[in-house]
Structures are given as C-alpha cells and as structure tokens.
Write a protein that binds this ligand. Structure first.
Ligand SMILES: Cc1ncc(COP(=O)(O)O)c(C=O)c1O
Length: 453
C-alpha cells in the first residue's frame, strides 16, 4: 500500500502567496474594473458573496461559450463551475439559441399563458413523474412557494431541513445545528423571524432523529435535496430515501425534493434515477440554459389539495407566483433546453465524462497516497481533502479544509480552469470534451506534486 502523503501546511501557505501574486499578474484589467466597481457596487461586486472568490477579487468575464469562457484580460478558461449549475447546459448552447432568440422577437412577457407552458409541463411530468406544475424564476422561489403551499394544505406550522442544507435564501431553510441544537445558520443576515420558531433540523442519514422530529405531528414538510450538495456531496445511505418517505407518510408531513443540483444525476434528476416519490419537486438553475427559470411540481393528490387550499378571489395575492414568473421568454428557454440540450444523449455523454473525471482524480490520489476522496452524482464530481465520505452535515463541515480548498481553486484558476467555489466541485456540460477532462487531471496532478514535493 502507498504510504499516506503528508501535506506541509507552511508549504501550502507559501504556495498560496505565490498563487496570489500570479493571479494579480494575470488579471490587471479585472483588478482595474474591481477598483472602479467599488464606487458603484457594494464591496465592488454585483452579488456580495463574490467577495469570497479566492484571489482577492473576481475575474470579469467578457464572453462565455459552451464549456469555456474568456475574461477581460484575455485569459481563457475551461469552465467546470458552469455558473454553479446555472449553465450546466454549457454557455449559450447553440441548440437552445434559436428558440430563445425567436421568443425575444415575439414578446418577452404577457401575463397570459402560451402553448410552451403546456409543452414544458408535459415534459416535466414525463421526466419526473409528478402531475401538476407551476413556474418561478429561481429555485429559491420554487422552494418558498412550495413551503407556503405545504403549510396551506397541511395546516401545520413547521418545516424540517437537514443540517448543512442550502435551498436558496429561504428563511425557513436558514436553520442548521449549532452545538447539536437547531439554530439560525451562522452568518444568517437579519433573519425575519428566528428560524428555530419555524424549523426543525436534523442530521442527514439519522432516521432516529428524523422520527423524533416528526413525531409531534406539526411538521408541514420535509425539504431535502436527494443528497446534500452544498457542504460537499453527502450521499444517502442505502435504504435512507425509502425510510424518509415512509416516515414522512407515517407522520403526515409532505416530502419536498429539491433537484436543483441533483439534476446532474440524469434527465429526470435523482428522483427518476432512484425512483423517489416526492409530494412536491422543485428545480431551477439550468432549466432555461441560464435564462432565469424554475419549476415546482405536485403529485396528483397534492395538486388537487393545493388548488383547493387557495382562496379563488385571492389567487393573485395569496403568496405564490409573481409578475414575471412563467414569462414567455423563460418558457421558451425551458422548452428549448429540455427539447434540444438536456437530452438523454447529452446526459449519456456528460455522465460518462463525469465517471472519467472521477476515476482519473481517484487515480492521482491513489498514485500519490493522498488521504483524500472523490465523489460524484452523475455529471457532478467533487474532491474533498479528507479520507472518507462524510455521513452527514457535521462531518462534512468538519472535513472542509480552509487551506487546501482555496489553494486548489486558485491554482486551477491560474492555469485556466474554473472549479465551483468553495468546495471544489466540477460539473460536465454537454459540450465538455474528453481532452478538457484530461487537461483538468493534468493540472490536478501538477498541484498535488507541488503540495507533496
Ligand atoms: C439545492 C439548491 N436549491 C436551491 C438553490 C437556490 O437556487 P437559486 O439561487 O438559483 O434560487 C440552490 C443554490 O445553490 C441550491 O443549491
């Protein structure tokens, strides 16, 4: 057996300083724009979280196409971040553009339905197996609207989420465990109400805790990704999903499955790949090739109950939907994406390259005896700097590496590869090639050699 390679932390620090210098050298124009942006954008960025990009400032993009993009300094990148899944289709995918551009000339929003709404709902029905559909502009909103409807239908006040979850900026889902107890998620900005009043939190893969939390009978819905993906990938243990479904039914809580990231598992997400049976399913991000689009679907039974729970005269102000939700452009983009881009054939290509990336990265880890591991959901691959896969949110959070995570990210960026921040996830689009996957493996191996030399 290969001995475990030790990583000298002072070495990582020195390498990181070198990479920061290199980043500054490679990106003078981005730096200039960042300085200018400080006069008009809060903290110099259009979304505040961008202040966390490794390197000290974000690179400014000039153009993105397929699996690549170019920044304002002329650097070219292989994009394995793909807009954190928003561009899992590849950037501006050729096959979706005609449908999107045609709609731009035919009216962008009308507050009336068009036939595309039916086409998309029928396709989502076919893919995910849920009967009735509604649309939103973001996965966050799809989750918020689903929780409202779940409470309306069950007349119960509480929501249950899993420690380490992220479902967008949904107030009720901003609850984690702190010292083993439900609490507002660390860093939660000005919660409108204390999330512990609305939310129960348990660890993923802990059926006993789940049953205890459901027992009082006041939980309207369990909101879950099929696997945690926002603290590193944490997979369900065998039998966990069946037990989750059985327990939610036993205690009368609805099950909402958030497929926003796990849509990487296949054309019908993890739900179809693994035969899950949610009451509600939410999905967003790449659904419209990056044109803001999201959807939420209901089982036949729940759809009927949800419709009955909405006061007809307040249907426009009851708290779901919005002026631009289900706009004509988003629906044309969803149709074009589902019909021509995120097809069965595309997934076959994406998943087989995901398998290759996983195998190649594992090969490098084994070759150098690194106590790390790699994990995958379809075309989503993630490497983590800890020996074993985490079982739950606590283990995943404890296993994050504040030195190696940003180092690997910056090292890759300086060599023209963008990983998803902040826990090094790589996503494969229909346009990503084997040569690009090989390029990533080469740079990954080079980084490893520098770390252990
Ligand atoms: C699982 C999951 N659900 C929902 C969201 C929210 O997506 P959006 O920010 O597009 O609303 C995210 C964002 O990362 C997510 O990871």
């Amino acid at each position: 057996m290969t001995p475990t390679a030790a990583i000298d932390r002072s070495k990582v620090k020195a390498l990181m300083e070198r990479e920061h210098r290199l980043f500054a050298q490679r990106n003078p124009r981005s730096f200039e724009l960042y300085q200018r942006a400080k006069h008009s954008l809060l903290a110099g960025v259009p979304m505040h979280w961008m202040t966390r990009w490794p390197g000290g400032f974000p690179v400014f993009v000039s153009e993105a196409r397929g699996a690549t993009f170019c920044d304002v300094d002329g650097n070219e990148y292989l994009d394995l971040c793909l807009g954190d899944t928003g561009a899992m289709t590849g950037h501006s995918p050729e096959a979706a553009l005609p449908g999107i551009v045609a709609q731009l000339h035919r009216g962008i929003t009308t507050m009336l339905p068009g036939e595309n709404a039916l086409w998309v709902a029928e396709e989502l029905q076919r893919r995910f197996g849920l009967r009735y559909w509604q649309f939103a502009l973001s996965a966050t909103d799809a989750n918020r609207f689903s929780l409202r409807l779940a409470r309306a239908v069950t007349r119960r006040p509480r929501v249950l989420v899993f420690h380490g979850c992220y479902h967008g900026t949904v107030d009720e889902a901003y609850a984690w465990l702190v010292d083993g107890k439900p609490a507002s998620r660390p860093g939660n900005i000005g919660p409108q109400v204390d999330p512990t009043l609305t939310t129960r939190v348990v660890e993923w893969n802990d059926l006993e805790a789940l049953e205890e939390a459901l027992k009082p009978g006041d939980v309207a819905a369990v909101l879950a990704e099929p696997a945690l993906t926002n603290v590193g990938i944490v997979l369900p243990e065998p039998g966990y999903h069946q037990a989750l479904r059985d327990l939610t039914r036993k205690y009368g809580a609805l099950l909402i499955i958030d497929e926003t990231h796990t849509l990487s598992a296949g054309p019908g997400g993890y739900t179809r790949a693994e035969g899950l049976q949610p009451d509600i399913l939410t999905v967003g991000k790449p659904l419209g090739s990056g044109v803001p689009s999201a959807a939420y679907g209901f089982s036949e039974e729940l759809g009927t109950r949800a419709h009955a729970a909405i006061v007809p005269t307040a249907a426009d102000t009851g708290g779901i939907g919005g002026t631009l939700a289900a706009n004509a452009l988003s629906l044309a983009a969803m149709r074009a994406t589902l019909e021509h881009v995120l097809t069965e054939e595309a997934y076959a290509h994406m998943i087989s390259l995901g398998e290759k990336l996983e195998a190649d990265v594992r090969g490098v880890m084994e070759k150098y005896g690194l106590p790390w591991h790699v994990t995958r959901i379809g075309c989503r691959v993630e490497y983590l700097f800890r020996p074993n896969p985490a079982r739950n949110g606590s283990e995943a959070l404890a296993g994050q590496d504040p030195d190696l995570d940003p180092f690997m990210h910056l090292y890759m960026m300086n060599r023209g590869i963008l990983l998803t921040p902040f826990h090094n996830m790589a996503l494969i689009s229909p346009e990503t090639t084997q040569a690009q996957v090989d390029r990533h493996t080469k740079v990954f191996e080079a980084a490893v050699k520098e770390l252990i030399s």
